[in-house]
Write a new protein. Structure first.
Length: 190
């Protein structure tokens, strides 16, 4: 049976050898080097060289806006390990890039540090003030304001933790007044 199909088998093997030869002669695409997150990173983190890695991706898989340098830049939101870093994942030079005119970055110390760990840059919150003494209910000091940064926490203290909100000047003044005699907290809004 093999002797009858010898010519057909020889033709198939010759075609396969030619195809493999052409594939070997064709230049291989090495890929485009892209910065990726080396580990899960929280929003608001300032990137260091240990936070990023380089991975070669096929040109068609490189996302639009892929950045070439990220050291010292700040994340606009959380990033998962292996995710390519793009311009929309990084904040510009200030906390208020792309903000409306008249906006200010307002640092706020919240009474409960555990609440701050729930927040990410880009979340919207209502800021509440409650007096420690007296039967007065909590009042809303600023409504639906965006979180622009959640600084890395320092050592645990009883003083709460810091978050930075984008407000207007009137809201910033109201927050400063409320912080004098009230405990500040937030609710996350949609």
């Amino acid at each position: 049976m093999l002797s009858r199909h010898r010519r057909l088998l020889a033709a198939v093997l010759a075609a396969a050898a030619a195809a493999f030869g052409l594939a070997a002669a064709r230049p291989h695409q090495r890929g485009v080097p892209v910065l990726i997150a080396a580990r899960d990173l929280p929003g608001g983190a300032t990137l260091r060289s240990a936070d990023v890695a380089i991975r070669a991706l096929p040109a068609r898989a490189v996302p639009a806006g892929a950045v070439r340098r990220a050291d010292g830049r700040t994340l606009a939101g959380p990033v998962r390990r292996g995710e390519p870093l793009t311009d929309v994942r990084l904040r510009g030079g200030t906390l208020l890039d792309d903000a409306e005119p008249g906006s200010v970055a307002t640092p706020v110390r919240l009474a409960d540090a555990a609440v701050v760990r729930l927040l990410h840059a880009g979340d919207r919150v209502d800021l509440l003030a409650a007096r420690a003494e007296g039967p007065l209910p909590a009042r809303t000091v600023a409504a639906a304001v965006p979180v622009v940064a959640v600084p890395r926490p320092g050592p645990d203290t009883d003083d709460g933790a810091l978050v930075v909100l984008r407000t207007d000047r009137a809201q910033a003044a109201a927050i400063a007044r409320a912080a004098v005699d009230s405990r500040l907290s937030v609710t996350i809004v949609g």
